[in-house]
Design a protein around this ligand. Sequence first.
Ligand code: SAM
Length: 323
Amino acid sequence: MSTQSSERLAADFAADVRRDLALVPKQLQSKYLYDALGSSLFEAICRLPWYRITRAEQRLLEAHAPAVVERITRDPETVPLIVELGCGSGEKIVILAEALQAAGRHGRVHLIDISRQALEQSERTLGRLRHISVVGHRDTYEVGLRRAAQQREAGSPVLVLLLGSNIGNFDAPAAGEFLRAIRGALVPGDALLLGADLVKTEDALRLAYDDPLGVTAAFNRNLLVRINRELGATFDLDGFRHVAVWNAEHSRVEMHLESLRAQTVRIDGWAVAFAEGERIWTESSYKYEPADIDQMGARAGFSTAAQWIDEDVRFALTLFAAA
Ligand SMILES: C[S@@+](CC[C@H](N)C(=O)[O-])C[C@H]1O[C@@H](n2cnc3c(N)ncnc32)[C@H](O)[C@@H]1O
């Protein structure tokens, strides 16, 4: 990654924290949860017995990777490009890369993630596959997608991956805009594979976002550790607790950090006051019905080619064709 992008991401972080803590209610963007420790904690979350969606999506990918690969390997002369937005550890894209290998094909992969640690880990995970060339972009989805699209080879199909219900961090208007941006980078014949979490019991959702081991709480509270380290802030970790709530009206799980007392925090020369019980909203995870996912795709200019559902965990993997 260029020093220029790194400096821009650091400047954006400082500016966004300052702006978003002045909002009512106070907010912090969920993409900032993923520093090195945040990415490691997220990986630990994926291994928790109560966070079942990672394993469900992996099972769906194992079962349907050959069908996904078939769509992008119809022309034997082309080398498909797979672009993953928010790749995390890379454990999912490797399933598709292995299916590509099993089909006797080469591929190009562009990995996009705001977390340096996630990107490096994905690059390592894919590095052992000889038939794949890998390019990493440590950047936001939007910038990374633009860069990857600029490097597409005319005539070669593109498959965009948006897995792990990353789409669920966007509210409906932003999700629509994001899907339209993805569609705008594609041409007919290209595809989008979208993993999205479905509405399930409140109990299952509560355990997934407020686990008994406290790993999700550590993941959330680590954002304050990051702000202290990178922006010279004075957050007292003992002064904030993790809160996860199911907002049925908006069909989303919200994560918050709640101030346990009235307190003032200094961040690099400015001050933020918290009342007792005041919250910082740090993440939304929207949950869907299968038909919502079809409609979201259709509104962005995609047609549903296939939808596979894990009924036990309630998770959907949808293959969209760029119509
Ligand atoms: C919930 S994790 C999912 C990781 C992986 N897709 C999976 O299914 O396990 C989200 C990943 O996307 C990255 N991410 C979140 N918001 C991002 C953004 N706006 N731009 C780029 N990467 C982002 C995070 O760093 C993290 O690695």
